[in-house]
Design a protein around this ligand. Structure first.
Ligand SMILES: Nc1ncnc2c1ncn2[C@@H]1O[C@H](COP(=O)(O)OP(=O)(O)OP(=O)(O)O)[C@@H](O)[C@H]1O
Length: 770
């Protein structure tokens, strides 16, 4: 069969699919604004970088309960539709993983996916508030967690796993967000051509600008103004965030506190230090005392304590507090560390608050009394989840640091997950089932992953080890990397003595600059600063600095409002206190969160499609062969215990089974109608018969009454059936209702008899009829 370029929706059905063909097809389709294609079960999306009219409500309606993939063109809505209806039909959790390099369109896809699922489950006004809350989470988190990078003007600087929680009827009853590794270093420094988190730019154009003395961005060293947003656009975006905060459920006081923290961070950057000589103790530069006072007032802490926390560090040695002054450089680092941690914890506070608000139990508790039974949270076994993973994409910049090292590791892990499920596990299954299958060639990235994650000799393990040596430097760390991995196929040592190393990732070779690795991994914040903020009178600050940090790096605030989440998360992660000296390093937390994530996905993601139509066919190879032959499916393999189908044949079977089910319903309908009609006719006939009997019987009764009246013998009546309007009362000796029926039956004659008796009393006073 010949195919016209760009005409085939499912590229896996092309006779000769290789990389060249795949790219050519995608290009031709992209040029026609056909941005979606299937490759088997996977949807490939090409970023159009323009608004296409393919996301309207009318289009959404076209992707509602689509039975067969081929019925509609490929679309992200089709994936959402399938996840939703598969969840409802199979009563199983679903998971959708969105991957691609930075700027590929993952976040947009995740948003369309969530939007469409909410559209599909929309059930009128009852769930409207919650549905809107869920939709508003995205603009809110984007403002605080996204920033302009060289590759993407709206790049996610954190990983996000969104779980939409449904009851068995498919109504959404809650949601949960898990966030991973916010790139907090961006708060204090951005590469050329990049920007700070969006929210910092929005606040400069907000109505709070004057309140916080944010006249010019140029006065704030943490802001690199590349003029991505016009003031108008920034003000508009600020309105959107304010709306989102309100809709999700944050009150005015909480919104004000968030703005206070943002302004405090911006003003922190204006605190400068000076010292006569490089190694001399630093003091606040001229004018910085007043800035420090402003910051402390915004953060609800004592100004003099903030000054000393920025200028000195206190260590306890043998029960004695030793105060050591910082040099100018150390004081700057301490200021920046405070700013980064403030932002990270504020972000975590937002995520935790969202989770508390969207928690199914919390939703039910908040509901109006009349809605409570409808919104009662389903028990765990009646809850179904669609998880959507949208993490930062693969990055390869001119200068790649610790953040890219972690981001690319996460992408490497995802790639491995795909490989495992799409190729490796499939091939293993074939072997177990004695099915002869040609090996599919794919690049297994297991060795790269091992190089990162192995213990005790992986890159992360070495990084951790060096981070615990106070004398270690970035150079000594990179030296160790060179020594241990120079012979590894995926590692190369650059020429010269630069503090660099190259890693050959699945998506390309990245040159990493080791400068700053140790500091970023240690991520230590002086205990003085932690204690100071934990005592803040601003609850957002106090709660987030009193919080525990899980082994996956998630911050768990202790506030009562979050208690339900705290309980749940504690099960998954061992808690460590922020100020604990043995707190896990960033890379260790990241490693744990990756493992947890992959673990979650593996439980949810894939299912073995087993067909077992409700027939009495004995399960076995012969029956399977017969079923598939009848269904016209040719290209399958029979294993020992399973049948291996092409993914599209599963759909063909599904359609056929559905057709059978529809026909069965039609048959049942016709048959039930026929039986019902027949029994109605039968009943009518019986009714007429019994009516005639009744007339006969009444005649007999009348005759008997007559006879009694005339003192004659009553003829034997035998068992009768008395039929009244709609009720048939059988009357016979063996019938349990006989007594009632007899009573009913004789009540009339008795009346008659009584009448007769009254008449007779004049003549024969001794006669009794009871
Ligand atoms: N389907 C789409 N239609 C129109 N524009 C799109 C679409 N997908 C992506 N874009 C555009 O591309 C930009 C980048 O997309 P997105 O932020 O989703 O990338 P990403 O893969 O999530 O990147 P990162 O990993 O950096 O977060 C969006 O801001 C938007 O302008």
């Amino acid at each position: 069969m010949s195919f016209k370029p760009g005409e085939v929706d499912d590229l896996a059905s092309l006779p000769d699919l290789n990389q060249e063909v795949l790219l050519r097809e995608l290009k031709v389709r992209y040029e026609r604004d056909t941005i979606y294609s299937y490759v088997g079960d996977i949807l490939v999306a090409v970023n159009p970088f323009k608004q296409l009219p393919i996301y309207t409500t009318a289009v959404q309606e076209e992707y509602r309960n689509v039975l067969q993939k081929a019925d509609r063109p490929p679309h992200i809505f089709a994936i959402a539709d399938r996840a939703y209806y598969d969840m409802l039909r199979d009563k199983r959790h679903q998971c959708c993983v969105i991957s691609g390099e930075s700027g590929a369109g993952k976040t947009e896809s995740a948003k369309y996916m969530i939007r469409h699922i909410i559209h599909l489950c929309h059930s009128g006004t009852t769930g409207e508030v919650l549905e809107n809350q869920i939709l508003q989470v995205n603009p809110l988190l984007e403002a605080f967690g996204n920033a302009a990078t060289i590759m993407n003007d709206n790049s996610s600087r954190f990983g996000k796993y969104t779980e939409l929680i449904f009851d068995a009827e498919g109504h959404v009853c809650g949601a949960k967000i898990s966030d991973y590794l916010l790139e907090k270093s961006r708060v204090v420094q951005q590469q050329h051509g990049e920007q700070n988190f969006h929210i910092f730019h929005y606040i400069f154009a907000s109505p709070f600008k004057d309140k916080y003395a944010l006249a010019s961005k140029d006065d704030f060293p943490y802001i690199r103004d590349e003029r991505l947003f016009s003031d108008r656009e920034a003000a508009h975006q600020h309105d959107i965030v304010t709306r989102a905060l309100k809709d999700v459920g944050f009150d005015d006081n909480e919104m004000e506190m968030l703005h206070d923290v943002l302004a405090a961070i911006l003003h922190l950057s204006r605190i400068a230090f000076s010292a006569p000589e490089e190694h001399d103790p630093a003091s606040l530069a001229a004018d910085s005392a007043s800035v420090c006072a402003r910051v402390s007032s915004l953060l609800g802490v004592d100004a003099s304590k903030l000054q000393s926390a920025l200028l000195t560090t206190t260590t306890i040695t043998r029960g004695e507090a030793i105060v050591k002054p910082y040099t100018t450089m150390q004081a700057q680092d301490s200021r920046d560390a405070a700013a980064k941690e403030l932002y990270r914890r504020m972000f975590a506070w937002i995520v935790s608050s969202i989770n508390a608000i969207l928690d199914p139990e919390g939703q039910a508790a908040k509901a109006q009394p009349e809605q409570r039974s409808r919104l009662a949270p389903p028990s765990a076994d009646k809850r179904f989840i669609i998880g959507i993973l949208d993490i930062f994409g693969f990055e390869n910049f001119d200068v790649n640091s610790f953040e890219q090292f972690c981001i690319n590791l996460a992408n490497e892990q995802l790639q491995h997950f795909f490989n495992q499920h799409i190729f490796k596990m499939e091939m293993e299954e074939y072997r177990r089932e004695n099915v002869d299958a040609t090996d599919v060639a794919f690049i297994d990235n297991q060795p790269v992953l091992d190089m990162f994650l192995n213990r005790p000799m992986g890159l992360l393990a070495l990084l951790d080890e060096e981070s615990h040596f106070p004398r270690a430097t970035d150079d000594s760390l990179v030296g160790k990397f060179h020594k241990h991995f120079s012979s590894h196929a995926a590692f190369s040592v650059p020429q010269g003595d630069a503090c660099e190393f190259h890693i050959k990732h699945y998506a390309g070779t990245v040159m990493y600059d080791g400068i700053g690795f140790l500091d970023k991994n240690r991520d230590s914040l002086a205990p003085d600063v932690v204690h100071l903020f934990a005592d803040s009178s601003v609850s957002v600050v106090a709660e987030s600095f009193q919080a525990s940090i899980s082994s996956t790096g998630q911050i768990i605030p202790s506030r009562a409002r979050w208690s339900s989440n705290v309980g749940k998360r504690k099960n998954k992660a061992t808690l460590s206190n922020t100020t604990n000296k043995r707190a896990l390093t960033v890379s260790a937390q990241f490693r744990n969160s990756l493992l947890l994530l992959v673990d979650n996905m593996a439980q949810r993601a894939y299912k073995v499609i087993a067909y077992s139509p409700d027939t009495t066919i004995e399960p076995g190879a012969f029956s399977c062969q017969r079923v598939l032959d009848t269904a016209g499916i040719r290209d399958f393999k029979l294993g020992r215990t399973k049948v291996f189908l092409k993914y599209y044949d599963a759909e063909t079977l599904e359609v056929k089974v559905t057709r059978f089910k529809q026909l069965a319903v039609t048959f049942q309908k016709v048959a039930r109608g026929f039986i019902a009609r027949r029994s109605v006719v039968q009943m009518q006939r019986e009714r007429e018969q019994r009516a005639a009997q009744t007339v006969e019987m009444m005649k007999t009764v009348e005759a008997s009454a007559h006879a009694i009246a005339q003192d004659r013998e009553i003829p034997h009546m035998g068992p009768w059936t008395f039929t009244c309007d709609r009720l048939t009362i059988p009357c016979g000796q063996s019938d349990p209702d006989a007594a009632d029926a007899t009573d009913a039956l004789v009540s009339m004659p008795i009346k008659m008899k009584k009448t007769q008796r009254r008449r007779r009393q004049h003549r024969t006073p001794s006669t009794s009829t009871t």
